[in-house]
Design a protein around this ligand. Structure first.
Ligand code: CP
Ligand code: NVA
Length: 310
């Protein structure tokens, strides 16, 4: 029999707006039904195993997938490249072929987007992108869920980004195309999204404004988003800190956004750098809900990849 192609979750633009919305609906339903510490009733992944390959540190992605898989009834195996034959030169393709014979899905955090795509090309089970240098789609699913809990439908709204062009911003750009909101970006001239990246997103329907003035970007924004100045894999000789200092989200910058604007950040945060204590600990900071929603969003992603619906 011909096997259907696995449902990978590699980037937001690979899925339709309808599919992404279904994942969020599932996430929300699972969240509402969940009682912490209780055995969940809906355990559609019983008997299934998720391989988790983490080549870089992680707190949220790792724990939310691990707990999420277990709460849906499944099992997990935590792996790092260094302790697999991958670290001794076995190819990504062969690793993907072999893991596919043991487990029902793979989540991976590897910096190289090409390696992530190669893993997906050779796996016969779904591969989930748990962060590459180029994208962090699972994060932004949780972010959309969080925004909508705090402020209602994101469609037609404006959110602002102040800081570096990195994987999280890249997935927010994709999200703008699929969830139909305006993303107003302020990045230092030397750290901006490549023009061809923006052009492709705009063709897909993204509504993006790009500049280098954070005050202009946040004007009337319903959310102000920031992230670290030095992402995993970026060398820093202090250059980024100098370039990014004016992009700090502090009370002054928040004052220029809509009066009820929320603050969002994927975490981990570098307090005193990209955000001040006052903002991240303030009443409009959504970051703890955002972190919690990783769990619910990851369950939604797992359910979609494995073809189960509540
Ligand atoms: N936000 C996020 O992905 O966090 P971790 O690096 O802890 O997984
Ligand atoms: N942009 C950050 C996100 C960490 C979750 C990084 O890539 O390090």
């Amino acid at each position: 029999a011909v096997q259907a192609a696995p449902r990978h979750f590699l980037g937001l633009l690979d899925l339709s707006a309808g599919e992404l919305r279904r994942i969020l609906d599932t996430s929300e339903r699972i969240k509402r039904a969940r009682r912490k510490g209780a055995v969940q009733e809906w355990r559609p992944l019983a008997g299934k195993t998720l391989a988790m390959i983490f080549d870089r540190p992680s707190t949220r992605t790792r724990v939310s997938f691990d707990v999420g898989m277990r709460e849906l009834g499944g099992e997990t195996i935590m792996l790092t490249g260094a302790e697999m034959q991958l670290g001794r030169g076995e190819t990504i393709a062969d690793t993907a072929r072999v893991l596919s014979r043991y487990v029902e899905a793979i989540v991976a955090r590897i910096l190289s987007q090409d390696e992530m795509l190669e893993m997906a090309a050779h796996a016969t089970v779904p591969v989930i992108n748990g962060l590459t240098k180029q994208s962090h789609p699972c994060q932004v699913m949780a972010d959309i869920l969080t925004f909508e809990e705090w402020r209602g439908p994101i469609r037609g709204r404006k959110v602002a980004w102040s800081g570096d062009y990195n994987n999280v911003l890249s997935s927010w750009i994709d999200a703008s195309a699929r969830f139909d909101f305006t993303l107003d970006i302020a990045c230092p001239p030397d750290l901006q999204p490549p023009a061809e990246r923006l052009a492709a997103a705009r063709v897909a329907g993204a509504r993006i404004r790009l500049g280098d003035d954070p005050q202009a970007a946040v004007a009337d924004a319903a959310a102000v988003i920031s992230d670290c100045w030095v992402s995993m894999g970026d060398e820093d000789e202090g250059r980024r800190h100098n370039l990014l200092a004016p992009y700090q989200v502090n009370a002054g910058l928040m004052a220029g956004a809509a009066p009820d604007a929320i603050f969002m950040h994927c975490l981990p945060a570098h307090r005193g750098e990209e955000v001040t204590d006052e903002v991240i600990d303030g009443p409009r900071s959504a970051v703890w809900d955002e972190a919690e929603n990783r769990l619910h969003a990851q369950k939604g992603v797992l359910a979609w990849c494995l073809g189960v619906e509540p």
